[in-house]
Design a protein around this ligand. Structure first.
Ligand SMILES: NC(=O)c1ccc[n+]([C@@H]2O[C@H](COP(=O)([O-])OP(=O)(O)OC[C@H]3O[C@@H](n4cnc5c(N)ncnc54)[C@H](OP(=O)(O)O)[C@@H]3O)[C@@H](O)[C@H]2O)c1
Length: 300
């Protein structure tokens, strides 16, 4: 069992975590469940979601867990998922992400795989979840240090890309972050808020073992321990995200990440986001492009 957390301060709150069957999303879900939240695991594979659910139940006594079938690369799946959420949502953590792809790889809807999944999929999901969000709901977009090295260029968002997979990944994360900051601006004057957070550099071999999740051999775990001063486990990577989603110290428009060297590891603190992801002009243009590409209206 996970040691009893300091508080069960999230009893009565329901939080959806996308991509909760693996990695950082799993750890966000386990940490939130340990604080008493009802957690919805938004996952595309029912089998992998069940493995994660079992693991959380094995580590958190009395965990309140639900599974939401969700493929962020499919507009049909997103619409079905949004329509089937029975609970009022107090939080949504937009964590699911594709971290690398070959040029030309596409989602089920035919969008660029990383832009389509990481940014457009979450945009469409949030647009359709809006009626189920509580008046004080918090949305957290999981960004990345890589956002700083990318240009969003909303007008060409879905066009075939050149350059490296890493820079296209950074662009998809920058787009997701800019959507969250724009959402927060549109929600000003209400009690709803949107924030961004990133996990630093978080790897499986430094993460506590969980049955059925990312098995790591003892040898690799031992070797990885040598890098422990530089990077961190995915449990620690989840901390700034959970902090952004739940702390009274965090407010709309914030960006949280690890406080250590290069923001690779360490305790959560506010960190700097690029001027582009905070730009009102880029945010407005991106919103319009996302509505058009995702085929959903998100009027606020
Ligand atoms: N690890 C890092 O150092 C790092 C650094 C910066 C940012 N991040 C961000 O943190 C997030 C989690 O990263 P991670 O390292 O935990 O990655 P991970 O272990 O690869 O997990 C990714 C999760 O996203 C899900 N996913 C991918 N495509 C999906 C789709 N179409 N629909 C629904 N779910 C989908 C995966 O589900 P399946 O199991 O079905 O594939 C999985 O649950 C990502 O957004 C990533 O960009 C990570």
């Amino acid at each position: 069992m996970t040691p009893t957390p300091q508080t069960r301060d999230l009893v009565g709150r329901t939080i959806l975590v996308t991509g909760a069957n693996a990695g950082i999303g799993y750890w966000c879900a386990e940490l939130l469940a340990a604080r008493g939240a009802r957690v919805l695991l938004g996952c595309r594979s029912p089998e992998r979601a069940s493995v994660a659910e079992r693991s959380i139940r094995a580590h958190v006594e009395g965990a309140d867990i639900g599974i939401l079938s969700l493929d962020l690369g499919s507009s049909a799946s997103i619409a079905e998922a949004a329509a089937s959420v029975g609970d009022t949502l107090h939080g949504v953590i937009c964590n699911a992400g594709v971290k690398s792809a070959h040029r030309g790889e596409r989602t089920a809807d035919g969008h660029d795989l990383m832009i389509g999944t990481n940014a457009l999929g979450h945009f469409a999901l949030l647009a359709q979840l809006a009626p189920t969000l509580s008046p004080d709901a918090r949305v957290v977009a999981v960004g990345s240090i890589a956002h700083r090295f990318a240009r969003i260029a909303p007008a060409t968002l879905d066009e075939p890309w050149t350059g490296s997979s890493l820079s296209q990944y950074g662009r998809s994360k920058a787009a997701l972050m800019a959507i969250a900051f724009e959402l927060d601006r549109r929600w000003r004057g209400t009690a709803r808020s949107a924030l961004c957070a990133h996990p630093g550099y978080a790897v499986d071999p430094l993460t506590p073992a969980r049955d059925g999740l990312a098995p790591v051999s003892p040898l690799v775990r031992g070797l990885a321990a040598l890098t422990g001063g530089l990077v961190q486990g995915k449990d620690a990577g989840a901390a700034p995200i959970v902090h952004a989603a739940t702390s009274t110290d965090a407010t709309g428009g914030d960006y949280w990440g690890p406080g250590g060297l290069l923001e690779f590891r360490g305790a959560p603190r506010r960190v700097r986001a690029s001027d582009e992801v905070r730009s009102r002009e880029v945010g407005a243009a991106l919103w319009a492009a996302a509505e058009e590409l995702a085929g959903v209206r998100f009027p606020i």
